[in-house]
Design a protein. Structure first.
Lengths: 410, 410
DNA sequence: AGACGATTTGTCAAAATCAACAAATGAACG
DNA sequence: CGTTCATTTGTTGATTTTGACAAATCGTCT
């Protein structure tokens, strides 16, 4: 960098915008500055030849998820995080990304953000890269201020989240106001997601929060940590497809955590997404229950993500706790099947349970039991003869389902 | 009756057999004496020309049910009960019944039994009928002795039944012994049937017990009365078809009570039929619960006779009582459907309930809702869109069923 | 060994369910 | 009044489910 050019970056800048424009002018290229979560902080007004990825980033005020994911797969982001050197990134056509150079902005070991320079019509030489490194170190000062604010804000955020999920603030309006106070406006439907890790530390926490925030199916308003549990206050991105948004979020989150950190057995749960913020506490309770239930009934609830997907198991749990159920006699239906099974080395009770699990779908049940469909229909006929139950009658069927589940839980 | 002949009946008889043979000799016809429940007490050894009905009666030690029923329809038994005159009954070919003459044996107004004279090869003239009336009055003395014993026995019976159903005697062996003591051997499976009447008095009680005892699908070991409730300790006649036996019994009992006494709205319930007499008390509790549940859920449990047919409602009742369920929030699924219904003047919630009641059988549900099947599939699709539930998943389906039932019970 | 009953599997056609589409109805809105 | 959207109904052909039957298998008992 010539003395004159270099001089420019020693002076103070009023805003990040001014700063980014100075960089852009220096390299004669479009420049973008992001925070550590790839949220857009500032972008140069030099807009000639801006590629598709940059446009998306600016429009969405953050780097598109597919781009981030690709950068992870290509090793770009890990490299940037590990060093303070500029990295030259060749064109990746299929996601609309031209050649560019990137560098991390860091304070000590911590990454505060990134500078991206699009090589439009020019290529940065050795000198340029050295200058970029210098500029990044200067950028640190700019970001530190923001970051400090942000850290303070985050503290406020987390306090607020705890107040909400512990029921400390109850009314919808108060919660909305408080959220608004810390810059979270919008009045969108909110819900809680909990993810339980086997172990957790500060470093991992940062990484997984980063991972979560780069998935854009849901907006993470506030995140916090409770022992090994990551707690997220979220709002789905698309108003009408809340469930599929959250589903997608959880799935990609788990996949990425596994891919990036090799952590596989996460337990996650999500409460309902409520428009009325009174219910955020309930959403938290529900999310916690999802995790508890998946622990209690691991085989029967393998794919459950949402509270409402727990279905009948909510009641099974309640019933198990009632005193009356304990000295309740075992249903004669089960007794009869059990003694029949013993006498004849059959397994009609298991057969019945599978049929009920599959809700009477004989083909599926047959598959699960590895036998012919007609075998099943025969067995079912026997079961009905022996026990004189009428599985066609839903009242009896549902009752029997509970009988068996509770019997197995004893 | 000639003086000589008449004389014969003034002397005391050692046994009812001797008495019946004396009558038979007087008329030169086969003669049968029954008690008030048409159980065989004695029959003459004069067996020439005995018709099919008499053979069945003697073999079965009671008058066949179809014969009794026919006599009721023809007005024979009511007539016999109302008067102390002999009744001439013409042949009824289709149930194997030849011409015969019958008369009731009565003490004051109470009918103690009947004398039947088969007119085989002869016809009774006026004199014979007058003599028969005299003989019937003498028979009274014979039967009164039996009857007194029986009344005493019945008292014992009823005490025992109460001891059993209150749990006063618990062990199988003790109950079996006690039953054996009062002449009820056999060690057959036993159960309790309860029938509730709107009002009850001693006279009606006698009549309905009589009606019940003449239905031969089940043997009534002991009967008793508790306020308006008739309580029966029963044993099904056929060992393998217990349920259908009891079903048939209850159905014909109700039909006959309606037909004979014009009493229609009986409530009945039956507990399980247990081989182990420990469980007779349980059978009683179950029968009582059947009646209670049919009161509580009249629309959903119209045809229920047995405890096990209560199915899921046993649990619904339990859940309703739990405290947690009270401050349980209404399921968001229901909430969403409710508000959608309000906004759009639809009735998706009801639709969902009917679909669940019919266990997903769209054709039946459509019939119940008086709409086209495709309308229902459309609505169901909407319901799933609005609430993001997955009715194909039985866990969610069963849960939702309980959600709705409990919601409606609130 | 062989007779018996219970169980399993295979086959086939009738009956039902399902999915996709077109058309009719109807209420709401500017 | 016409337009739009949600809802209802009708039609069709593919697919699945079912029920009845025959045949094969297996264990038990004599």
């Amino acid at each position: 960098m010539s003395g004159e050019n270099r001089q420019k970056f020693y002076r103070p800048f009023d805003s990040l915008e001014e700063f980014v424009d100075a960089i852009s002018e220096r390299f004669q290229c479009p420049v973008t500055i992001e925070d550590a979560n790839h949220h857009l902080l500032a972008y140069s007004s030099h807009d000639e030849g801006t590629d598709a990825a940059r446009i998306s980033t600016i429009i969405g005020r953050r780097v598109p998820e597919r781009v981030i994911h690709r950068f992870w797969k290509e090793g770009v982001i890990p490299t940037l995080n590990q060093s303070d050197e500029p990295l030259v990134i060749p064109e990746i056509g299929d996601i609309g990304l031209g050649n560019r150079v990137a560098i991390s902005i860091r304070s000590n070991q911590e990454v505060l953000g990134y500078i991206w320079v699009s090589e439009v019509g020019c290529t940065l030489n050795e000198q340029d890269l050295a200058d970029l490194k210098l500029i990044a170190s200067k950028a640190k000062n700019q970001l530190l201020q923001l970051n400090l604010q942000k850290k303070k804000k985050e503290k406020n955020h987390q306090e607020l989240l705890w107040q909400i999920i512990t029921g400390d603030i109850e009314s919808h309006q108060m919660i909305a106001d408080q959220l608004s106070n810390i810059g979270l406006h919008g009045n969108k439907p909110l819900g809680i997601i909990i993810v339980t890790f086997e172990s957790m530390n500060q470093e991992l926490y940062k990484k997984v929060v980063y991972t979560a925030k780069t998935i854009q199916k849901v907006t993470i308003l506030i995140e916090t940590l409770d022992e090994n549990q990551l707690i997220l206050l979220i709002s789905p991105s698309s108003p009408k497809k809340e469930v599929s948004d959250v589903t997608d979020f959880i799935d990609t989150f788990k996949a990425q955590v596994k891919e990036r950190f090799g952590i596989a057995n996460l337990q996650s749960g999500c409460g309902y997404i409520y428009e009325n913020y009174n219910y955020i506490k309930r959403s938290y309770d529900e999310a916690a229950k999802v995790i508890a239930f998946k622990r209690a009934f691991p085989e029967e609830l393998p794919h459950v993500r949402f509270y409402h997907e727990l279905g009948v198991f909510r009641y099974i749990d309640l019933l198990k706790k009632t005193e009356e159920i304990r000295d309740y006699p075992v249903s004669p239906v089960i007794q009869k099947l059990q003694s029949y099974d013993e006498d004849n080395r059959t397994n009609l009770l298991e057969t019945l349970e599978v049929i009920l699990n599959k809700d009477g779908n004989m083909n599926e049940a047959a598959k699960a039991l590895h036998c012919h469909v007609n075998t099943l229909t025969y067995r079912l006929k026997r079961i009905q003869e022996i026990t004189s139950i009428q599985l066609k009658d839903p009242v009896q069927k549902f009752g029997l389902y509970l009988d068996i589940k509770l019997f197995k839980c004893e």
